[in-house]
Design a protein around this ligand. Structure first.
Ligand code: ATP
Length: 235
């Protein structure tokens, strides 16, 4: 456990109806860290992000962000505090243009990036600024989804499989963007199946199995963990 984590999760349990999906998940994300949740399909990685955000509300345990209790906080307040969730399906406005998507951020709090600053970070989005969401490639949609969160002044980015279904060159590009954000001090909690991608940007890993965290280790220990990871997630 970290001394003063930005995000502190303790003994988190969560349910879909009667189905008990998370069993006592504890994790820390330090300010400026990039953390990756690893695990096979269906082990509860997405559920962990949804329970932290408060989208999934049938939950028990402790969730603190910047020292504030998130358990009783309504979802819109969580967003105002600086948590930003990019779901697997991305959640951009597909009928609106890139510009329009960026001018309609979900919430705006202090520290939100200006559109021009966003375009410096994502030059390809600038070229596509008048294209509707439906005409963007998967990679461009992912970048737009992240860009919208940057407009809000997000402090902790929760990303659910940002590289899913994308071509290797685009995965590379998203890796560069996340590295740049990391250099600027962004804190990132990432669910990722693409292990090579994750190992390039993550500082630490948590491994999930059957709704539980079963290992956690820093990137420096990756080599010695490979045998276990191979067995558990088949990397
Ligand atoms: P994936 O990468 O496939 O999303 P995951 O590790 O993120 O995998 P979750 O999506 O968190 O896994 O799912 C955890 C468990 O909860 C699974 O058994 C799944 O079937 C179940 N589950 C997920 N969403 C729902 C839902 N809306 N209603 C009921 N059960 C659900």
């Amino acid at each position: 456990a970290l001394a003063n984590p930005l995000l502190k999760v303790r003994d988190l349990n969560a349910w879909y109806g009667e189905s008990h999906a998370l069993h006592g998940v504890s994790l820390d994300v330090g300010e400026g860290e990039t953390i990756t949740l690893l695990g096979r399909n269906g082990v509860g990685k997405t559920t962990t992000l949804r329970a932290i955000m408060g989208i999934l509300r049938k939950r028990t345990g402790q969730i603190e962000f910047a020292g504030r209790d998130l358990m009783q906080m309504p979802l819109h307040r969580t967003a105002h505090m600086g948590l930003g969730f990019v779901p697997e399906e991305r959640g951009i406005f597909s009928t609106l243009t890139v510009d329009e998507n960026l001018l309609l951020p979900p919430v705006v709090s202090k520290g939100g990036m200006e559109v021009e600053e966003i375009f410096e970070l994502f030059p390809n989005l600038k070229e596509r600024r008048n294209s509707p969401g439906t005409k963007l490639s998967g990679g461009e949609q992912q970048m737009l989804a992240i860009a919208r969160m940057l407009r809000t002044g997000v402090k902790l980015l929760l990303l659910d499989e940002p590289t899913e279904g994308l071509a290797p060159v685009i995965v590379e590009r998203i890796g560069e963007v996340l590295s740049t954000l990391k250099k600027r001090g962004m804190t990132i909690l990432l669910v990722e199946q693409n292990f090579r991608f994750a190992s390039r940007i993550a500082d630490r890993f948590y491994l999930m199995e059957h709704g539980r965290i079963t290992a956690d280790f820093p990137v420096a220990e990756l080599d010695q963990r490979m045998a276990v990871l191979h067995e558990v997630i088949g990397v």
